[in-house]
Design a protein around this ligand. Structure first.
Ligand SMILES: [Zn+2]
Ligand SMILES: [Zn+2]
Length: 310
């Protein structure tokens, strides 16, 4: 299984200035003049993006490849790049997509009107979620006052129930309700003995009780993709009850549940690449102090990141 991150920002697409393009060009020219080029070999692990790349600007969209059909988590602005890849790799016809929706907040659905396979007859798009009335939400999004184009694909909606196990697209899938304004849902995908959890837009508040349902839901995941939009100072201060988690609480939860690799997600859209590099560095240091026995790897998601789960 391979996980492809098409959009990783939370709340709002990030402004271009967060990419620090001007400073990167100046630094690159200066380094080139001296013949000193940065070592970017570690970039796939999500470090040194201030010198070697970009965290990106798109909102939530993650593809889980390796099943019987395409599986996608959320349809934020990142789905436009999945759409572009799909149309470049095929004639765009006869395709099937399974989109698991965390919740219908705008940053998780705003890319769907620009997902080209929905405008091609013969394609199938199934949208799964836990909220009632999702079909009406998407119908309104596509209304004449927003987007004019009529759908041609067969688009269906299926409400899932928390706690039940479903066989979808070659995965065993479970869903869990999450603490977020209006509610949201996380998903656990299992296949061939591997487990991937997608859990964004959830506020975890420590200390968690012994029967906290996420302890079982995250248990021994090979990859946990999790909302870590805020620092601890923000999450427990001015942004308390805003529905997002801190880097400290999610790294503790991951370590305590035996997660092998934790990928922080739903990146704060106002923080630039240097700030996100520091955020990742600080989180790794925190884990060493708070959970010194842990061998869990921590990454910070960026648009274009690919993780092979095996
Ligand atoms: Zn969100
Ligand atoms: Zn939300």
């Amino acid at each position: 299984m391979k996980v492809l991150f098409w959009g990783t920002r939370g709340s709002l697409p990030a402004a271009a200035e967060t990419l620090d393009l001007r400073q990167k060009i100046i630094d690159g020219i200066a380094a080139g003049r001296k013949g000193e080029f940065p070592d970017c070999s570690d970039t796939p692990n999500g470090t040194e993006m201030a010198r070697c790349g970009f965290y990106g600007t798109n909102t939530s969209c993650v593809e889980i490849a390796g099943g019987d059909e395409c599986v996608v988590c959320d349809a934020g602005s990142g789905i436009q790049d999945l759409s572009r890849r799909t149309m470049a790799d095929s004639d765009g016809k006869g395709l099937a997509f399974n989109i698991f929706l965390s919740h219908p907040h705008w940053d998780h659905i705003q890319g769907f009107p620009f997902f080209m396979p929905r405008y091609i007859a013969g394609n199938t798009i199934r949208i799964y979620g836990g909220h009632p009335g999702l079909e009406a939400v998407f119908a309104y999004q596509q209304a004449w006052s927003n987007i004019v184009l009529p759908d041609r694909a067969d688009i269906t909606f299926e409400a899932l129930e928390p706690g039940r196990s479903y066989d979808i697209a070659g995965f065993s899938v479970r869903m869990i309700p999450q603490n977020h304004p209006g509610g949201s849902y996380g998903y656990r995908f299992e296949r061939n003995g591997k487990a991937i959890v997608y859990s964004t837009d959830c506020e975890h508040v420590p200390p968690v009780p012994d029967d906290y349902p996420f302890l079982d839901f995250f248990r021994n995941a090979d990859l946990l993709i999790i909302d870590a939009q805020y620092s601890a100072g923000d999450a427990f201060g001015t942004k308390e009850n805003w529905g997002h988690s801190s880097n400290t609480v999610v790294s503790e939860l991951g370590a305590q549940t035996g997660v092998k690799r934790l990928c922080m997600f739903h990146n704060e859209p106002t923080v630039n690449d240097a700030g996100l590099d520091k955020f990742l560095y600080d989180t790794r240091r925190y884990l060493k102090i708070a959970e010194p026995e842990s061998t869990m790897q921590i990454d910070l998601a960026y648009d274009g990141l690919e993780i092979d789960v095996g």
